[in-house]
Each structure stands twice: as structure tokens, then as C-alpha cells.
Design a protein around this ligand. Structure first.
Ligand code: G3P
Length: 220
């Protein structure tokens, strides 16, 4: 089953009570759709969502540290204790060093958390795939939030990222993201070999989020 992860970022439309409402909408649409759907809300909203919505929740970021004197940091172990499914790692808006990415992917594997390593081009996708995360998510930064879908604007980047990642490890699932908003964009991504998409503004900033979600999965 193809994967759709909705990143709420720090958008006002996806925070506080609105985050819970949006997660509920994702859950409702997921029940009718042929996709595995999960959400990546702000850390501040994770507890409320976990309490109120039956849905897999991802963190938007995790720190490459363990328990201990790490003020303001969130180690993978805390995600595990909380019942969080996994995390985006190295998102364009929250870059990490290579050694930190490797640390997180292997710690996630030990803890049974799902790792989604974000990359910005084919070369970094290949590098990330060398760590064998569960997912790599290729997102050309210039298209993020642009409304121009990566699957149409830079199909070769998606296609070559899929090839590079699967050559490194055939088990890795490859997502693409940036500007994805419609079912057509999702289908285009899958036609290029992607196993799903990672998106934000197309849903979170939509006037009618539920309608946008339904359109995204082809229910409209
Ligand atoms: O994590 C998803 C993201 O960076 C893509 O953003 O708004 O182009 O869907 P957007």
C-alpha cells in the first residue's frame, strides 16, 4: 500500500485544536482510501492527537542524542515511550549532519521506530540510502511550498532517486515531496516509481482541508 505522510510543519492551520481536527480528517479519509496515511504534527500537539485520534503519528524531527543532560532536545527513546511511530529526519527545514542521520537511523532500527530520511537531490538520496532507513523522502527545496509538484516539475529527480535508493537497498521505500496537492500529482509520483508522498501546504493550508485530502487520494 502506498504511503502518504502529511507534515503539519509549524503552520497555524495545523496547530493546537486545529491539529487534532486535521488528524481526525486524515484518519477519516484514510479509512476510505487505498493509502497508508500518517501525520507529522508539532511536538506540542502530539499528545493531544495520540489521545484523541487513532492514527500513526510521526515527529517532524528528532535529536541525535540519548537520555541525559540534553536541554531542549528530544531523543529517539522519548518518541518510543510516547507511542510515536517514527520521525522525519533531516527535513530541509531542519537539516542534520551526516553522522547524526546515521546515529538516528540505527537507533530507530533498534527501537522499532520508523525512519523517514529527507533528502534534497539524487546524490543525497543515495547517501541516505546507504544507512538503510525505512524511507527516504526526496524533496527539492526550491519546490517546497511552491505549489509546483515535484513529480511533474522534476520527474527525473524522483525517478533517479528511486533508482539510486533501491540500488543501494531494495527494501527502502521512497517518497517524494514538494508541491504535491492532487491525486494526479500522487499518481505521477507513483508512475515514477515512488512508494508514496510527503506533503504539507497542499492539505494544511487548503481552505477546506478535508476536501483537499479527499482530492489527494482520488475520492473526489
Ligand atoms: O515535508 C513536506 C514538505 O516539505 C513539502 O511541503 O508544502 O510543498 O507540500 P509542501
Amino acid at each position: 500500500m502506498a504511503t502518504i505522510i502529511i507534515n503539519f510543519k509549524a503552520y497555524r492551520e495545523g496547530s493546537g485544536e486545529r491539529a487534532v481536527a486535521l488528524a481526525k480528517a486524515v484518519r477519516e479519509v484514510a479509512e476510505k482510501a487505498d493509502f497508508y496515511m500518517a501525520v507529522a504534527p508539532s511536538f506540542l500537539d502530539i499528545s493531544d492527537i495520540l489521545r484523541n485520534v487513532e492514527i500513526d503519528v510521526f515527529a517532524q524531527h528528532t535529536d541525535a542524542v540519548g537520555y541525559g543532560s540534553n536541554t531542549g532536545r528530544i531523543p529517539p527513546e522519548m518518541l518510543k515511550e510516547k507511542g510515536i511511530r517514527g520521525s522525519l529526519i533531516n527535513h530541509s527545514e531542519r537539516r542534520l549532519r551526516l553522522a547524526d542521520i546515521e546515529f538516528l537511523v540505527s537507533r530507530f532500527r533498534e527501537l522499532g521506530l520508523t525512519s523517514v530520511v529527507c533528502t534534497n537531490n539524487v546524490a543525497t538520496t543515495q547517501a541516505a540510502a546507504a544507512f538503510s532507513p525505512d524511507y527516504v523522502a526526496i524533496e527539492p527545496p526550491e519546490l517546497i511550498g511552491s505549489g509546483i509538484p515535484v513529480s511533474k516539475a522534476e520527474p527525473e529527480v524522483v525517478e533517479n532517486s528511486v533508482k539510486a535508493a533501491k540500488k543501494m537497498d531494495s527494501e527502502i521505500r521512497v517518497l517524494c515531496g514538494a508541491g504535491i496537492a492532487t491525486y494526479e500529482d500522487v499518481v505521477a509520483a507513483m508512475d515514477l516509481g515512488a512508494d508514496g508522498v510527503l506533503l504539507a501546504s497542499g492539505v494544511v493550508k487548503a481552505k477546506d482541508q478535508k476536501k483537499a485530502l479527499e482530492e489527494l487520494v482520488g475520492l473526489r
